[in-house]
Design a protein around this ligand. Structure first.
Ligand SMILES: NC(=O)c1ccc[n+]([C@@H]2O[C@H](COP(=O)([O-])OP(=O)(O)OC[C@H]3O[C@@H](n4cnc5c(N)ncnc54)[C@H](O)[C@@H]3O)[C@@H](O)[C@H]2O)c1
Length: 359
């Protein structure tokens, strides 16, 4: 007999992004936010009040007080793996914000621990659900691009210094990484999702405007296993305001560009063999609905379907690991000045390491 009561979620880390989860859960009939926890008492309290759920500063008290089925981890990135390994012991399904960890060995430990405990692991990559992205993915799956030539992503975003000073974990090697790990991680994930496995990367990073340990601008060229090439351009030092977050896929039979602020607007849809359904698609899939947290909601619906039916999620632990491996490889290349082949084990990449500072 199916248990029809809604799945109960708790949030660990009453962060900026946690609001999206709270709002999204409020819109899903088969889900309920039942408690929140933040080590900062004020944040826990105001968040709990706002969403009308019990709040805690200590996760043991949380688990003693509110029964739940799944945990959403939205603490600083460098805390994700520690937190996930801790939560596994409570036997809950785990939804971890991107990136799932900073170091590859930590990601592997989390995947293994979840497998051994028999809990599901999901990594939040809500942009995969963007309407134009979904349309482009269908075109790819239907072979409409033909042989792939080039995939390119651009993240020209503005993050002022205050963004980093208001949360000191941001922009550090130990807890965040730079634009490649944080802001561009969605785009990097998307590039690999469309273009396939990466063979090798060459990257350069610099810190131009922001006073942070990590890079505020990074560029990379990629060679994919299928022979196509890729380009990444990313910066949080776009001034005076955000410009774009885009992905362009070019193949022998077509070109699609999804732009807007966060890969949420169809800019170009051009195929050598057009189809009658294209015109309708341009109306229905050219933009995301405007609601706050719309794609977090879509993402969580996918999580719930996977928990309910056992079907594979769009972004499970292994899928989340892919872009992390790629990001580690980008840093390895930037630091050594050499092309780095995947799969690989980092030797000098500083991401996730404590006390490595600037330079
Ligand atoms: N999917 C997305 O589009 C998206 C968007 C923004 C941020 N993120 C990710 O979400 C995470 C949070 O980012 P943010 O900028 O919203 O964070 P934030 O700085 O706004 O908040 C982090 C919160 O975690 C709390 N915290 C720290 N350690 C804790 C612990 N051990 N237990 C409980 N709470 C703890 C802090 O007190 C703070 O309230 C990051 O990993 C980031 O990469 C994802």
């Amino acid at each position: 007999v199916k248990d029809l009561s809604p799945l109960r979620f708790v949030l660990i880390g009453c962060s900026k992004v946690a609001r999206k989860h709270a709002v999204a859960l409020g819109r899903i009939t088969d889900a309920r936010l039942v408690g929140v926890c933040d080590t900062n008492a004020e944040r826990a309290e105001s968040f709990g009040r706002e969403y009308g759920v019990p709040h805690f500063t200590d996760k043991t008290r949380l688990f003693e007080s509110v029964p739940c089925d799944a945990v959403i981890i939205s603490t600083p990135s460098g805390d994700h793996a520690v937190r996930a390994l801790d939560m596994v012991q409570h036997g809950k399904h785990i939804i971890v914000e991107k990136p799932m960890a900073l170091r590859l060995e930590d990601a592997d430990a989390v995947i293994r621990a979840c497998d051994e405990a028999g809990v599901k692991l999901f990594v939040v990559k809500q942009n995969r659900y963007n309407r134009p992205i979904q349309a482009m993915r269908r075109a790819l799956d239907e072979g409409r691009f033909g042989k792939l030539v080039l995939g390119s992503v651009r993240v020209f975003w503005c993050r002022p210094q205050e963004y980093f000073t208001e949360a000191p974990w941001r922009g550090t090697w130990a807890l965040d990484g730079g634009v490649l790990t944080n802001q561009a991680s969605h785009h990097i994930d998307m590039l690999e999702w469309f273009m396939g496995d990466v063979e090798s990367v060459s990257a350069m990073c610099a810190t131009r405007l922001l006073k942070i340990e990590t890079e505020d601008v990074g560029v990379a060229t990629l060679r994919f296993k299928n022979g196509a090439l890729g380009v990444i351009e990313a910066t949080t030092a776009t001034r005076p305001k955000d410009l774009e977050g885009s992905i362009t896929i070019l193949g022998e039979k077509g070109t699609v560009q999804v732009g807007g602020f966060a890969m949420d607007k169809l800019v170009t849809w051009s195929f050598a063999e057009p189809r009658p359904e294209d015109s309708q698609l341009l109306q229905t899939h050219s933009e995301n609905p405007k609601d706050f947290a719309w794609n977090h909601e879509e993402y969580l619906r996918g999580v719930i379907a996977s928990i309910r039916t056992g079907q594979k999620a769009l972004v499970d632990g292994l899928e989340g690991r892919k872009s992390l491996e790629l990001i580690n490889a980008l840093y390895e290349s930037a630091e050594t000045g050499r092309e780095v082949a995947l799969r690989f084990r980092p030797k000098v990449c500083r991401l996730g390491m404590k006390n490595v500072g600037h330079g």
